[in-house]
Design a protein around this ligand. Structure first.
Ligand code: ATP
Length: 280
């Protein structure tokens, strides 16, 4: 076998608390991260050359060493001492720079896929260590479970009892710089954190924890995000929140029918990315 296709899912943040700034410039976070079934498709082909080639169907995505999947492949070839090359073909379905973790998920898929193709037998823990150097969200996509993520995002605890729900994703396509959002966040002192429920018995329990410290920063520059949140609630969502540093907003729905009707209402007259998805 020298070729493999993997599905790299997007994520949303049910919770994103920024606890404080670290001496290394990163932030200590507490997040609850959930994968959804909107996926990029990554096809890996091992070659006899020593080159890494990346091709992608989306214009906004770099195709050489600037692509996070190129870095993931480089790391795997270096660590295993393999003398082959790899072609990485990316079909992007996840909007880029959207707060949905698309690049991180693609990188995680390349680490896991090359581990299999090259028969490296690296453990999940080792792959997560390699992934963390590429991006703080990469380990979560190797973990493959709904999780409480702490530290910069690399300390993961599974949350197995979170109920499944229907999610409507709405991305108005405005450009949000993640670096700008974190720079603009006013952190006074290390904050006290709300206690999390021990058990999530219902979708309402999920809705009760929705919170994102970055949301007010992004909304101050892009009020459209607040408009989308209220629109989702008017159309039957039981909770709504911005994901990551934005600009994607998600609504939580109890029924697929209501979510799909809301989806059609919002798509009408806009050129936004709007999709009904299910939690994984
Ligand atoms: P996060 O939620 O982790 O902050 P995001 O969803 O906001 O991430 P990405 O879609 O991962 O953002 O893209 C961030 C930047 O990374 C983009 O500006 C893009 O040019 C670059 N990039 C590099 N490789 C990829 C990739 N494979 N897919 C998407 N973007 C990539």
């Amino acid at each position: 076998m020298n070729t493999l296709t993997l599905f790299a899912p997007a994520k949303i943040n049910y919770l994103l608390d920024v606890i404080g700034k670290r001496p290394d410039g990163y932030h200590d976070l507490r997040m609850i991260m959930q994968r959804v079934n909107l996926c990029d498709e990554i096809t890996l082909t091992v070659t006899n050359s020593t080159e890494i080639n990346v091709s992608c169907n989306s214009k906004g995505v770099p195709d050489g060493p600037g692509n996070i999947t190129w870095k993931a492949a480089r790391a795997m070839l270096d660590i295993t001492g393999s003398e082959c090359g790899v072609n990485i073909e990316i079909k992007k379905n996840i909007p880029v720079a959207a707060g949905l973790g698309g690049g991180s998920s693609d990188a995680a898929s390349v680490l896991m896929g090359m581990n299999e193709l090259l028969q490296c037998r690296l453990t999940e823990k080792k792959l997560m260590e390699i992934g963390c150097k590429l991006g703080a969200d990469v380990p979560f996509f190797i973990f493959k479970k709904t999780a409480l993520a702490e530290g910069v995002g690399e300390k993961l605890t599974p949350l197995p009892n979170i109920p499944k729900c229907w999610i409507l994703l709405v991305n108005p396509g405005v450009h949000v710089s993640t670096a700008w959002v974190y720079r603009s966040l006013q952190l006074t002192s290390r904050r006290e954190l709300n206690k999390l429920p021990e058990f999530f018995g219902s979708i309402e329990d999920v809705v009760s924890i929705l919170s994102n410290d970055l949301e007010s920063v992004t909304i101050s520059a892009f009020p459209i995000i607040a408009d989308i949140k209220s629109r989702l609630m008017d159309l039957g969502a039981i909770g709504s929140m911005m994901s990551g540093s934005g600009p994607t907003v998600f609504g939580i729905f109890k029924s697929l029918d209501v979510a799909e009707t809301a989806c059609h209402e919002i798509i009408n007259g806009t050129n936004w990315f709007v999709a009904t998805v299910e939690t994984l």
